[in-house]
Structures are given as C-alpha cells and as structure tokens.
Write a protein that binds this ligand. Sequence first.
Ligand code: UDP
Length: 324
Amino acid sequence: MRYFITGGAGFIGSHLATRMLDRGDKVLVLDDLSTGSMENIAHLLDRAGFAYRIGSALDAPLVSECVDQCDVTVHLAAAVGVRLIVERPVHTIETNVKATEVVLGAAAKKQKLVLIASTSEVYGKSASLPFREDGDLQLGPTTHSRWAYACSKALDEWLGLAYMREKKVPVIIVRFFNTVGPRQTGRYGMVLPNFVSQALSGQPITVYGSGDQQRCFGHVQDAVEALLRLLGTPGAVGGVYNIGSDEEISIRGLAEKVRDAVGSDSPIEHIPYAEAYEAGFEDMQRRIPDLTKLEATIAFRPTTPLTAIIADVVADQRARGGPV
Ligand code: UDP
C-alpha cells in the first residue's frame, strides 16, 4: 500500500511513517515544517519507499497530486497545542478547517480512504466520564480562543462524515487523547516534554493552576498501532474512535513522577492559568477516553504504563542532550 501522510514530519506522523515503512508500505509525507521538523524524519530519508514534499496542506493542487499518487490518506496536518491556539487563533481555524476540506475534496475524485485526526478537546467541558464517541460535546464561549480549536476539529469531523454520506468518500475519524513519547517537543506547551526538560535542566517544573486537573497519557507507539489496525479494518470505516490511555493522573502527580524518574531537585512551581494562557482560561478538569468501541473494532487497547512512557521520554531527551 502507498500511504499519504499530511503532517508526516510531526510527532505522531513521523512515528506512523516509520512503522509503515517497517512493514513494507510506501509513504509519502507532506509537511510545511511549521510544527513538524526535518529532524523528525531524518532517519527515514534513505529508506526505500519513502518520499516527502515540503508544502502546505492548504495547497490544493499539491495535495491533489499527492492523494492521486497514493491509496490512502492519513490527514494529521493541523494547528496543534493549546498555546498555539491561544496565540494564533486565525491560523488555527483556517489551517484546521481548510486543509481538511482540501484533502477530502482531493480524495473524493476517486473515493479514496481518508483517516482524519481529531482530538479529545472536542468533548470540551463534558462531565460524562469516560467520554464515549457518541456523547454530547460541550464547548465554551467564542470569546475564549481555546474553544476555537475544539470547534475547528469538530467541524473537520462533520466535514468528513458529510463527504462520506454525500460523496461516498470512505472516512475514519480518530480523537487523540494526550499522546506523548519520544520526539515530542515541548515548544508548543505540551506538558510531558516540558516537565522532562525542566527536570533535566534543574529548572522549576511549571504546574498550571492547582495541578489537581487530571489527564490520561498514551504512548505514541500504542496510538500508531491503533491507527494501523483501524486502517486495516474495513468495518472501521464511517466510525469515530477515541485513541489513548485510560490510566489517569493529576498534573501535580505527573510533575512528581517526572522529578523522581529524572532524580532531579527541580522545585514544583504553580503558575496561574491567566499567566500561562489567557485571562479567563478554563482548563478541563478530567478527560478519560472510553476505549470500548476501539477495542471492539480492532481488538487492541493501549497498554504502555505511565512509568514506562515517562522513562522513554526521559531517555530520548537525555540521548539528544536537551529538549526536543
Ligand atoms: N500544563 C502544565 N504545565 C505545562 C504545560 C501544561 O501544568 O508546562 C497542564 C495544562 O494546563 C493541562 C495539562 O497540563 O492541564 C495538559 O496540557 P497539554 O497542553 O499537554 O494538553 P491538553 O490536555 O491541555 O490538551
């Protein structure tokens, strides 16, 4: 099979490309290197079956050419990370909505399979835990930029499902929960790589808010396994799937675990949300995926425990000699 991965030089995309090449597939990556990097795909440049294009997923002729050359598209290109969303809301909305439209439009010509990456952010403030794919979404007001991210990705989902219904494009939608692992950069505010680089350099570990908020962190290798299985399961087409771990930890607990794993003396420092993000910023207190549907469809659930995930990220940053 030949796979086209938009955002393939990003964190999840580069891990996915590696696994696809390992099993003998061909991979074409498109990335504008805005949040992705050549460093992420440097190890793939000499691999047989690998090709890449530097360009935007908003460039319709370029996307169309790439879609035509491949059997399946995995659309990961998006504006990601809460910090980026707050700082560049126009860029976020435009990138997320227009790129998906471009990809689906290209795939519609020959009704080729498209997997669209969405996010657990779409559940918003919902308190119906664990989050089921058919549960209601509960977003905040348009005056807070944060919700633009959730809303833009929800629109991507609707667009995908609409293309499937109306134009017979086979579509699979995945909602990634906090996905972490080697090569993830902390530059866009993601918590685990940030904490690890702070602990390694002896800087204060910055916990936003009280630190009582909880998250479930899934290993990128587990996420990639789930993606590959979904892509190989005809019954997955037309569905929306949570991907992530359901092992919960508070952010303060995460800071302590990271500090212990590194053996660091870094103090844990609390920073108000208004300072970390924007005035009136509302954080999600808890976010747990219901993995029943994923497991029933692909006979797999993420298994890597948090301690092993942290150890992997610490080892990766140590090997690089600093933050990614
Ligand atoms: N966070 C933190 N310190 C940081 C970065 C993030 O305490 O340096 C918190 C953030 O406020 C949120 C959680 O960690 O409660 C996860 O943040 P991230 O941006 O990784 O993902 P999110 O769950 O917000 O999508």
